[in-house]
Design a binder for this molecule. Structure first.
Ligand code: BDR
Ligand code: CA
Length: 316
């Protein structure tokens, strides 16, 4: 006789490590609306804004949605000596002009990011997956402190890097540029991973009609995503970046891979010269003779991606 719940698929356990961040917030909302996964924790890192802001955004976001998810502090500076580098892409505090209630009653985890990753990875016994959509500092620290994680983490899905070009320098994407030292540790860890870089994410733009659809739908997640997209589209109209769903693209790679194409490549990160630091060297021609270590997203069907993303946030 089968008992209640038997036969139901276990949801895939995830930790989201992020520097929230307008598009990070949308990725988090989409992940929370995704039926296939269970977000076990959100760990915060310095990146789009200072860590004190990204962690506060994560906490306020979870409180706004009325959810209970562990939210942890993380690294407040990169391993790489980057200095002050913030710009106004995501506004002063990371969420553009969107203001969430300061949910001071919602307590942060007692543990820092690296400890949260260690604890949850141990408990999940090889099933834990990481969605990493900011600089990789927390992950590099965790792997350095607890090398056993290399056997315990099932897969890392990360937004970062590019096969061609960059969005900060001619050859470096923001997340990897902020902390190339951390990215180098993670990419050389031997953990199975998928890279979703600018080649794909710069095609993943949301449109005005998407905002209107989400606002009509009216769930808490959808309305907040509509507000964030309004900010992004206004920024675009004023000469800034388009409403690019960099971070939600990495989530799509994890749960809706049908909308993307992937190729396995050897990838490493440049850390040396200031001109190239943060460049992801993707060996598309196989010249290094090294075995592929990363599954790299190389194409996206944008319309399918946009429909999927709206479905997820509607459920949140
Ligand atoms: C990445 O940098 C940040 O601005 C976004 O949140 C994304 O993770 C894109 O380069
Ligand atoms: Ca991000």
């Amino acid at each position: 006789m089968s008992g209640r719940g038997e036969g139901r698929m276990k949801k895939r356990p995830f930790i989201i490590d992020c520097d929230t961040g307008t598009d990070d917030a949308i990725a988090v909302i989409a992940a929370l609306g995704c039926e296939e996964i269970c977000v076990r924790a959100i760990t915060s890192v310095n990146g789009n804004a200072r860590e004190r802001d990204t962690s506060r955004n994560n906490r306020n976001l979870i409180a706004y949605l009325g959810m209970q998810v562990e939210v942890a502090h993380g690294a407040s500076s990169p391993l790489y000596p980057r200095g002050e580098y913030y710009d106004d892409t995501h506004g002063n505090s990371g969420l553009g002009n969107v203001v969430l209630r300061d949910a001071e009653e919602y307590l942060y985890s007692e543990d820092m990011a690296s400890e949260v990753i260690r604890r949850i990875a141990e408990g999940e016994k090889g099933d834990l997956e990481l969605l990493v959509v900011g600089p990789m500092t927390n992950i590099a620290i965790a792997l350095t402190m607890y090398p056993v994680l290399k056997e315990q983490i099932k897969h890392i899905w990360f937004m970062g890097g590019a096969v061609h070009g960059g969005n900060i320098t001619t050859c470096a994407e923001f997340n990897v540029w902020v902390d190339p030292a951390a990215a180098q540790i993670v990419l050389n860890s031997g953990i199975s991973m998928t890279m979703v870089g600018l080649d794909v994410t710069e095609q993943a733009a949301m449109k005005r009609e998407d905002v209107d659809e989400l606002r009509v739908c009216g769930t808490k997640g959808a309305v907040l995503v509509a507000d964030i997209l309004d900010y992004m589209l206004e920024r675009y109209a004023n000469g800034g970046e388009d409403a690019l769903m960099h971070d939600a693209s990495a989530l799509a790679a994890a749960v809706y891979p049908e909308c993307m194409d992937f190729e396995p490549y050897f990838v490493d990160v440049e850390c040396g010269s200031p001109y190239t630091a943060g460049h992801t060297a993707v060996d598309v021609r196989g010249r290094t003779g090294k075995e592929p270590n990363v599954n790299v997203a190389v194409g996206i069907r944008t319309d399918e991606f946009r429909q999927w993303l709206k479905e997820c946030v509607r459920k949140c």
